[in-house]
Ligand binder design. Sequence first.
Ligand SMILES: [Zn+2]
Length: 331
Amino acid sequence: MEISPSNDSCAYGQPGIFRGRLRFDNPRLADYSWPLCEIRGRKPGPRLCVSAGVHVNEVSSIEAAVRLQRMIDPETIQGSVSIIPLINQPAFYKYTELVCPIDGRNINFTFPGNRDGTFSEALCDSIMNEWCVDSDCYVDMHGGDLRENVSKFSIFQRTDDVELDALGRRMAMCFDAEIVMGLPAAHMEKSGRAPTAFARHNRLALMSEAGANGLLDEGSISFHLEGVLNIARTLGIIDAPLAPFLNARIPCDEYLWLDCPVDGEFHAEAEPGDRVTKGQRLGTISNLFGETLAEVAAPETGFLLWRMTHPTIPKGSPIGAVAVEETSVYR
Ligand SMILES: [Zn+2]
């Protein structure tokens, strides 16, 4: 990595607050630099990496990454917190939904990436193996692109490694979430989200999700912010008790996507966070004459994790997802 400080910054790697730009070594990423804030205590300790803006319209999570920079005092911490508030630089000021405009890939499902691959693949590889190389935990914050509303939830990757599994669960529980999603171990076989790719290398990464429709809202901002601060407290970077929890933090272990069965207008009958039962109608699809074309039913009993808010949805596109509650934490 090549790191250049801004005028008001301490030197990189020194105790204090570093602000500046980062360039990754991979020549495929050479046209871009990333904003970096790194807060370092005088005592060595754990390293926490935090990012947002893989999806540039998920603004509450981006705002949380900005505010986090002002909420950690280098005089009182041990170790470091490193923050990249906007990962998808090519989409900045383009408001691109979900993908990176250079290669059309969704960065969120491209981990672990590939050094010799497309821009998004190279970026995922550099996030994992340059910026996060010595991290004890990586948190990527998301939620609420232009046409979606998500419940407050956190994600970790379940693994057969008992220790890593327990650690992932404990850190995901640091968020005051409605739902704590442990992705099924079957996800480990393919490329996907950061928590999955990191777990394949016995490393820890988490995601947090909160927000709706490309809007800033204080509840979602503080969900992300307090969750990350709780992780820093749990890791021992910040010496303070955890902020209190008000939500149920229901452990779930299945993430079921709902695809739209037919082109049309989706009218939802359930909202993110709602408990739903198997077979329950979650909404209908109608045409522009108001005729009902199809009904969408819950595939299992669980919770509506998120749903699309713009009614117009083509056949085969996702309209939402259902999380299935864990039957036993020991399963
Ligand atoms: Zn996202």
